[in-house]
Design a protein around this ligand. Structure first.
Ligand code: RB5
Length: 149
């Protein structure tokens, strides 16, 4: 079985946590693709959200990870992409629910509101929690069929 490649990106506010998450992902055996940013210098979150979301949209990657200060800017940009469900997650419980109920395929972390340790724990929970399917399948399908409502 081939190693799963996970694209990851952050702005300056998420840079330090991104570096910690990269170590965790490598330790778990994933192939990490860092789309930037590569320093703590001020930058714009959308420049990193779109490349990660595009990979998930096109199926080049199954899952992706984004980090900014609140998680909000990254989620706004990523969720403009069809088939992308980017979830801002601030606890392990929300991480599990974002997978079980929402089949989130992009994890967005708010670096200014979680510690590095919490961020790594959230990432691990998110990666290992499966989608429950069932009634949640129907609800997810409706997200992309808004014009029919
Ligand atoms: C950067 O200061 C901050 O605005 C950004 O990281 C993010 O929180 C935006 O949503």
């Amino acid at each position: 079985m081939s190693v799963e490649r996970i694209p990851i990106g952050s702005d300056h506010a998420g840079y330090e946590l991104k570096e910690k998450l990269k170590v965790a992902l490598s330790g778990l055996g994933f192939d990490v693709e860092d789309v930037g940013t590569h320093s703590a210098a001020s930058t714009d979150y959308a420049d990193y959200a779109h490349p990660v979301a595009r990979e998930v949209e096109t199926g080049q990657a199954r899952r992706g990870v984004l980090i900014c200060g609140t998680g909000l800017g990254m989620s706004y940009a990523a969720n403009r992409h069809p088939h992308v469900r980017a979830a801002v997650v601030w606890s392990r419980e929300v991480a599990a629910l974002s997978r079980q109920h929402n089949d989130a395929n992009v994890l967005v972390l708010p670096a200014r509101f979680v510690s590095d340790e919490e961020g790594v724990a959230i990432l691990k929970t998110w990666l290992e929690t499966p989608f429950e399917g069932g009634r949640h399948e129907r609800r997810i399908e409706k997200i992309e069929r808004e014009e029919e409502q």
